[in-house]
Ligand binder design. Structure first.
Ligand SMILES: NC(=O)NC(NC(N)=O)C(=O)[O-]
Ligand SMILES: [Zn+2]
Ligand SMILES: [Zn+2]
Length: 454
């Protein structure tokens, strides 16, 4: 059987049109979509092919999660390629892009990238791309990394949490921008910057979430974003990007910059859209990430910005660690590792909130597949269902609910702020380049057939 045929009453091809009945024909050898028909064909029409009848389940482009920390090699006990990409498959994520830090070595030189790709090869159940990192000492490594095919670069404007990945100052950022202006590579900023604004948590209880929130105020983000916009104007050829925006106070600045035509894109994450500081229980360090989850009122502003397009897309920022470093027994928000485990739950977490706000699955596919694919140079190949594109699909039921329990989590360390939650949106099957990798609650491909996107 050389072809795979998927039929559904709800095929969502791209954000441009609502879900409609359709039949998708895939050439298995190339893993590409051959054609998409406007009606639900019957099994009898394809006697020699593998036919999947999805019925009323939605078939949409696989999620492209453009911000994931896979900490292999070096911190593989935090997260590795096998577990992370199984979690991806379970969550309908068919492509993910790995962040340059937390693995040892970090992805800051070509040699280090090769160490990373050697660790990844043959270990991934979905397709994986890589970002490089910008640190104070690697300005001469940036263009060689671009040549190797990294999908962009991340830097920190505040300490990153790991020693191997120091933050950069304005001069170092400019030196990197000099290099990037000759390329189409995106320069991504962890946009928190301390201009003497971090208050000491003196006399405050480390078990209280507000103690941590107080230490990472919105002004850290507005400081950084003001600087990024200033630099983006000085280097108008460089594509700048703000990762994991949390502070709604920065939105007016971002709106204005976009209006002026500054090359700037912005992402936020499922946790900032679904959680809020008022509900974080005492000592619940699984909610700790940087920048922090803020007040409910802030969250509603992020939703408005996402709906209007000021925020371009949504990514997991899956950044787990071993359970011990979350200091869950002590419940210490100040000392705990900052980073949230959430890969696998991007669709249901965002969808559960989106449907309540009158958003559609077209919106979802724009935020989680179409725009993210475009951002990393994979537009037309990933992120939409059309002739010639990779046959990456998620088959899911937006109306059905499920409960998050430890047992269903595929990522390595079973720590997540979503534990116990009931969410809308059940992933039934995931296909990567025409191969079924996830089906009925388990991995369905024996071999890790993910491709490294370089
Ligand atoms: N070292 C990290 O992985 N940091 C990450 N941590 C978060 N988001 O809490 C990030 O993306 O900044
Ligand atoms: Zn970051
Ligand atoms: Zn991150």
């Amino acid at each position: 059987m050389s072809r795979l045929v998927i039929t559904s009453n709800r095929v969502l091809r791209s954000p441009a049109a609502p879900a409609a009945p359709g039949t998708i024909v895939v050439d298995k050898a190339s893993g590409k979509v051959v054609e998409v028909l406007d009606s639900v064909k019957s099994r009898q029409d394809y006697p020699n092919d593998e036919v999947v009848e999805a019925g009323d389940n939605v078939v949409m482009p696989g999620v492209v999660d453009a911000h994931v920390h896979i900490n292999e090699p070096g911190r593989t006990h935090w997260e590795g390629f096998v577990t992370a990409t199984k979690a991806a498959a379970a969550g309908g994520v068919t492509t993910l892009i790995d962040m340059p830090l937390n693995s040892i070595p970090p992805t800051t030189t070509v040699e280090n990238l090769h160490i990373k790709t050697d660790a990844a090869r043959g270990q991934t159940f979905v397709d994986v791309g890589f970002y490089g990192g910008v640190i104070p000492t690697n300005v001469d490594d940036l263009l060689p990394l671009v040549k190797e095919g990294v999908k962009g670069f991340k830097c920190f404007m505040i300490e990153s949490g790991v020693d191997e990945f120091p933050c950069v100052n304005e001069e170092e950022i400019k030196a990197a921008m000099e290099k990037f202006q000759e390329t189409d590579s995106v320069f991504m900023f962890h946009a928190e910057m301390d201009c003497g604004d971090i208050p000491k948590p003196e006399g405050m209880d480390p078990k209280e979430y507000n103690t941590f929130l107080h230490q990472r105020p919105q002004v850290l983000e507005t400081n950084a974003i003001r600087t990024i916009i200033k630099l983006a104007k000085q280097y108008p050829k460089v594509r700048c990007h703000i990762v994991h925006l949390s502070a709604a106070d920065a939105l007016p600045m971002i709106r204005q910059a976009k209006k002026e035509g500054v090359r700037l894109t912005v992402e936020t994450c499922p946790h900032y859209l679904s959680l809020n500081s008022e509900i974080v229980p005492e000592g619940a360090t699984e909610y700790k990430c940087c920048p922090p989850i803020r007040e409910d009122e802030n969250r509603e502003k992020l939703w408005e910005a996402l709906k209007e397009g000021t925020i371009d897309y949504v990514v997991s920022d899956h950044s787990p660690c071993v359970v011990e470093l979350k200091l869950m027994d002590a419940g210490d928000f100040v000392g705990a590792w900052g980073g949230i485990g959430g890969l696998q739950f991007g669709i249901p977490v965002v969808w559960t909130e989106a449907r309540r706000r009158g958003c559609t699955i077209q919106d979802l596919t724009k935020w989680q597949s179409f725009n993210t694919a475009k951002q990393v140079g994979l537009g037309g190949v990933k992120g939409s269902i059309q002739a010639g594109a990779d046959a990456d699909f998620v088959v899911w039921n937006p109306e059905e609910t499920f409960v998050i329990t430890k047992e269903i989590i595929e990522f390595k360390n079973k720590v997540t702020p979503y534990m116990g939650r009931t969410l809308h949106g059940v992933v039934k099957e995931t296909f990567v380049r025409g191969q079924r990798v996830w089906s009925q609650g388990k991995i369905s491909s024996e071999v890790a057939l993910g491709k490294l996107l370089l």
